[in-house]
Design a protein around this ligand. Structure first.
Ligand SMILES: [Zn+2]
Length: 347
């Protein structure tokens, strides 16, 4: 199989692009999202097509998806299998519509089962868990702002459907290729990549992105060590002999190991910054989040919008929990919630 030249600027616009023989990248617009677009990948097959991720439930995204399928000589009825890399709405959102319109079989990672079930059946529980996490980590002001904004501008309910099957690894034969399903927990517990060893192509979902670091720690059943899992999952894919990486956001790229090393380095740096913030007196995840810079532009916490403040607190919790797991911080509880101190006992 030929791996084509990676895409460059302007990845989020334009029609379907053939990125390897029979594999097309379809950028789908994301409403009100700084990520701009999510890449769905369509692999044409003799006995039906494979679609990897599918965009939000959104009329504009739907229009781009269906018109792109038309242009490729495919269609909703041609999609045999919809493989969602994880439960987030930009990856699984439109699955129900696609399944209804054409009968596609929808799969999702086993590790996302509990979160997907809660989001599909009890969105109120998902909201209250987020609120509890923020309160526990000193971020009551963020929780209040989220609620105020939700009341003023109610979002549509989570429409992602439950999949037909949860999978946890194994082989997926397609068009004479033995695709390997790679559990890569971190960005979500059930995140999956798809690896085509014969062609050296990695469908990377949100696990390895070329320009941004995937958010870590946003999960409904809170707890666990998402950053530890993410770092291990990065090591797991680092040395795959990839010729081409197909990410869910951003252009396709080739240097998998180089990008993985950048992400590993980024998180080690963030861990060090968090440790320094605690040593300087920040005790809660909220206080640490306020002390460290955010995004590639190094913005202050209070410059972020409320949703991104929530993500930032979550991400900080993930880093502090890993530092505690490594024995570099101690974790205690007070009436204020969870507090971190340097392991030596200083503030
Ligand atoms: Zn995601």
């Amino acid at each position: 199989m030929t791996a084509y030249v990676p895409t460059a600027a302007g990845w989020s616009e334009g029609g379907p692009e053939e990125v390897a023989d029979g594999i097309f990248r379809i950028p789908l617009p994301l409403p009100n999202d700084s990520l701009k677009a999510v890449n769905a990948y369509l692999w044409r097959g003799d006995e039906g097509d494979l679609l990897i991720d599918c965009g939000w439930v959104d009329p504009r995204s739907w229009e781009v998806l269906t018109s792109s399928l038309d242009r490729l000589g495919s269609g909703l009825k041609s999609i045999r299998h919809l493989f969602a890399t994880h439960f987030h709405g930009d990856h699984l959102g439109a699955a129900g519509q696609i399944r209804e319109a054409g009968g596609a079989f929808v799969t999702l990672g086993m590790g996302d089962r509990e979160t997907a079930r809660i989001l599909a059946t009890d969105p109120e529980l998902a909201r209250s868990r987020t609120r509890e996490l923020l309160l526990r980590h000193g971020a009551g002001s963020v929780a209040e702002a989220l609620e105020r904004e939700a009341a003023a501008n109610p979002r549509p309910p989570w429409l992602s459907p439950l999949p037909d099957l949860f999978i946890d690894g194994g082989e997926l034969p397609f068009q004479g290729h033995e695709l390997e399903v790679l559990p890569t927990p971190g960005h979500t517990r059930g995140h999956l990549c798809l690896w085509d060893g014969s062609a050296g192509i990695l469908f990377a979902g949100d696990h390895v992105l070329p320009h941004i670091t995937p958010s870590i720690g946003v999960e409904v059943p809170v707890g666990g060590l998402p950053l530890l899992h993410f770092l291990r999952s990065l090591e797991k894919v680092r040395d795959l002999p990839a010729q081409l990486v197909l990410p869910a956001h951003g252009p396709t790229f080739q240097d998998l190991a180089g990008r993985v090393d950048q992400l590993l380095h980024h998180h080690e740096q963030r861990l060090r910054l968090c440790l320094e913030a605690v040593a300087a007196g920040a005790r809660t995840a909220m206080a640490v989040a306020q002390a460290v810079p955010w995004t590639r532009r190094e913005r202050r916490f209070d410059e972020l919008d409320t949703f991104n403040q929530m993500l930032a607190v979550n991400e900080t919790v993930a880093h502090l929990d890993l530092l505690a797991e490594r024995g570099e911080l101690s974790l205690g509880r007070s009436e204020l919630g969870v507090e971190f101190t340097t392991a030596s006992g200083g503030s």
